[in-house]
Each structure stands twice: as C-alpha cells, then as structure tokens.
Design a protein around this ligand. Structure first.
Ligand code: ATR
Length: 273
C-alpha cells in the first residue's frame, strides 16, 4: 500500500506506547485490504481535547480512546451512540460531516468474546460484576442486553456500586462482603490487575464460576485469574479477546467492513503477528 494514500487512525491515551491496538488494526487492514494506517497518540493528562482536535484537523479519520481519557472523550464529542450515552465513556470517535460521534464498543466486545469466542451463555446466567469504575460502566449496556437472569454489581467502595445500579435498570448492587457464591459468570472490572495491589474480594464469590478478567496479560495469568483459580473458579479467561473484539467493532464503524478476529487472537496469544 502507498503510505501517502492510507487513512490515518490512532489510539489516544497516557501511557499508550505499549498498546496492542496498532498491531491488531494492522492485521485487520492486511486481512481486509483496507488502506489504513494506525498509530499511537500520547496526550498529556490535561491535554485530551487539544490532541484530539489537532489529530482530526490534520486529516485523522478516527480515534480509539484508552485510559485515562474515556470520560474526557465523552465530554468532547458532539453526539453519542446508545452504549456511550449509557456508560458515560467513549472508546471510539467517528468523525461525521458536522460532528464527532462518540461510541463505546467495549461492552459489545466483551459480550462477543464471552459468547462467540468462549461459548459462555449470558442469556439466563447469574452474573456478578466486580468493580464500579469506567470499565464496569462501559460493559453494562451490552451485558444487560444479552439477557442474563440477574446482574449484581459489587464494589470495594459500596456507594459507587449503588450509584451505578441506580443508573441502569435491572441491575442490583450488593456489598462486596455479601455477594455469596453460586454465580455462573464472575467478571472482574476492577483495576486491581493493573495496579498489582492485593485483591480485596471475598474468597467465596468465584467458586464453580466461569471467571473473566476485563484486563489481560500476554505473558502470564492476570492476578485476578490466578486468584480465581486458587479459589475454585471453573475456568478464568482474560480480556485479550475483548480487546480484539472491541477493535473489530471500531474498525467496522470506521470502514464498514468487519474483519475476522480469530486469526488475530491466535497470532497475539501465540506471541507472533
Ligand atoms: P476504570 O476506569 O479502569 O474502571 P476506576 O474508575 O479508577 O478505573 O475504577 C477502578 C475500580 O477498581 C473501582 O471499582 C475500584 O474500587 P473502589 O471504587 O473501591 O476504589 C476497583 N479496585 C481497584 N483496586 C482494587 C482492589 N485492590 N480490590 C478491589 N477493588 C479494587
């Protein structure tokens, strides 16, 4: 492909240099033969708006947004898709004629990974969601739509779980200490895996459950997966598949073509691309 004719995309974050998104989108572009170039854009912590505006002013065709800017992006865009509106977080920006549309593909990415890649049924399941920050909020609209019998949210700081439960119809909140057991699926949306801090979670909550960490680690099980397996989880998967599926949704929003994700998952899990 001729570099001059490629449409420019990027992931904006801080830090962002270790993001896997450029590798994922390069594989999507190769597979679909789309003329796409995708890089990283590091913005200062208080500089999201200026960096995003400059990127689009210089011809950029779309941004993914990662930590810590998903809420800044929500405020910056001119309109929101339903998932972004409900979650208060934007991970994909699509420029339109007279506006910037903010989308959230994280929830759909999570649900696609759980149901299509892992084969875990969400419909009719009892689901426990741990954490009440941006990651949990982003996942909720698609999770609720997938038809579980029950979703309960529990968080170390209980007031935050109550706030999120009040914002989503059909969601229950529970104090972390009282979540009990017997869950079909337990989702870790806390940032405990990123910080390396000890997990403040009740031992009983993962027994017999299929567990999923929204974060990922290519080299070893995440701290949550290691902890869940020690505490009786049936299985634990990390969020690499979710990362790839949310990227595929973004690619589809920008290019109108849906790339296959299985080869990308295999390539990244296998350590080559
Ligand atoms: P993000 O946008 O990535 O979700 P966040 O909004 O800072 O980040 O939220 C982090 C979440 O991880 C919160 O639910 C936090 O719990 P508190 O609200 O009590 O702070 C949770 N968290 C972080 N470290 C944790 C730990 N060691 N044990 C349990 N929960 C933890």
């Amino acid at each position: 492909m001729n570099g001059a004719r490629e449409d420019q995309y990027a992931v904006i974050g801080n830090p962002v240099e270790h993001s896997l998104s450029p590798r994922i989108h390069a594989m999507f572009a190769a597979e679909t033969a789309e003329a796409v170039s995708y890089g990283t854009l590091a913005a200062p912590l208080n500089g999201f708006a200026a960096a995003a505006a400059e990127f689009f002013d210089s011809g950029g065709r779309g941004l993914n947004v990662t930590v810590p800017f998903k809420q800044d992006a929500w405020r910056w865009v001119t309109r929101h898709d339903a998932a972004a509106a409900a979650s208060g977080a934007v991970n994909t920006i699509v420029p339109e004629d007279d506006a910037f549309r903010g989308c959230n593909t994280d929830g759909v990415g999570l649900v696609t990974d759980l149901t299509d890649n892992l084969g875990w049924a969400l419909a009719g399941a009892r689901v426990l969601l741990l954490g009440a920050g941006g990651a949990a909020r982003g996942a909720l609209p698609a999770l609720l739509e997938a038809g579980p019998t029950q979703i309960t949210i529990a968080n170390r700081t209980e007031s935050r779980a109550l706030e999120v439960a009040a914002a989503f119809e059909g969601l229950r909140a529970s104090p972390l200490a009282d979540v009990g057991g017997g869950w079909d699926i337990v989702l870790n949306a806390t940032s405990a895996s990123m910080g390396g801090a000890a997990l403040a979670l009740p031992d009983t909550c993962v027994g017999g459950a299929a567990c999923y960490d929204l974060f990922y680690n290519l080299a070893a099980p995440t701290p949550f997966c290691a902890w869940a397996e020690q505490h009786g989880a049936r299985v634990c998967a990390d969020g690499l598949g979710m990362l790839i599926e949310q990227a595929a949704e973004a690619f589809h929003l920008w290019r109108g073509i849906r790339p296959s994700t299985t080869p990308v998952l295999e390539a990244l899990r296998g350590g080559c691309s």
